[in-house]
Design a protein around this ligand. Sequence first.
Ligand SMILES: O=C(O)CCC(=O)C(=O)O
Ligand SMILES: [Fe+2]
Length: 458
Amino acid sequence: MASPPTFLSSLPTSVYTQGGSSRVEVADCSKREFTDQKRQEMSVAEFISYWLKLSSEKDGSVLCNNENESLLYLKDWHFVKEFPDYVAYKTPPFFADDWLNLYLDNHLMHRDTDIYCDKNESNCADYRFVYMGPKGTWTPLHADVFRSYSWSANVCGRKLWLFLPPSLCHLVFDRHFRSSVYNIYDDVSETQFPGFKKTIWLECTQEQNEIIFVPSGWYHQVHNLEDTISINHNWFNAYNLSWVWNLLLRDYTVAKEYIEDIRNICDDFEGLCQRNLAANTGMNFYDFIIFITRFTLSSIIQLFHLIHEDGSINSSLTRSNHFITNLTSIRSVASKMKSAEAFAEENLNSSCSVENRTAFSNVQKIFEEQEFRDLCSALKVAYESINVQSEKDSEPKNTLFCQDCFKIDSSSLDSIMSLISEIRGPEDLVGLIDCVMEITNSNSCNINFPCDVEHFIV
Ligand SMILES: O=C(O)CCC(=O)C(=O)O
Ligand SMILES: [Fe+2]
């Protein structure tokens, strides 16, 4: 009789009791479908019985690795979203400055009904996943969604990671920059991918209980060297926000070129480009400005809160630095967004739905949203956890750490409303941030906003 597979002891009982009936996406690692592996839906219980069966057959050496045999890998299980009360783990402080998931905890990515009806799942889903699969399962070469960062923690098992830095990524593309290599161990065609032979790969083995960080834009391929269960998050924040905008801009250009020949017969060409962008990339320009507007307002509120609390932000420099970094990064990205056609007055009136437009323009309405208030609280808690961690690393201080402590004080709201009541586009975000910089600088002698956050990121 074969011994029970080790991965079983890593699974919480709730995976069987509650999670067993969850519907999940399972990739067949031996079958390619377009740029990814062929996927099917099944219940977690069905997947686990498949895994147990495979494991017992392997132990008894009944089965040897056959390339045509399907090899199933459970991917992208939104475990945290599905079981919010079952606190499976806490995001490590290093990765807590996570705008993407904090936002998706209480906001939809799209407000346009025609987009979110089609793409209902991606609209409400977060980017906190559980992956589990037997030895030999793998993930093809890719760069992550939105060019976000990712972190991955091995609950059990081992993974082999192969990385290619962004400066070499052009080497895995074809001449037209349309398709990229699927599996770096394949016999890659030199005619199709002429640069591939010049690639240099960074290899890393991730052991059980280890976490790996994947920087933005690094192509990677991943292999499970043993039966493996991992937690994988994608996220972005002030430090890689420009990667998200650059990707949106690039994908928008491609989407637009693709339908250029129907421009003249199209009532709302820009609107169509934005819908296609949302369908292909998961977000469009309007979703993005709605998103960054909330992080702008939330950062200003918390910065003003610190100023009102202390008279100046000098005494809480580390805490205010988070918000200054956020605003500097958003300012830099919003400056680049100014020239986008989507934000030209005529397109804001026709291509941008009333709902989308209100969602970024009406400051008073945003302040009244419960979702926005919840986002402010969540962001504050996240930064407190980072501060506690960094204070642990230096001299300890008594830090407030409770979700209920956060109240948006009315003087902060009044101060912002006196600066702006309507945001008509990225230009107004830049103007607002400039005003806040001035106020902040006049309240503190030591703080200066850097011109561009990317310049002080190492
Ligand atoms: O673990 C895997 O199979 C893939 C993980 C991955 O690509 C990521 O976390 O970005
Ligand atoms: Fe990835």
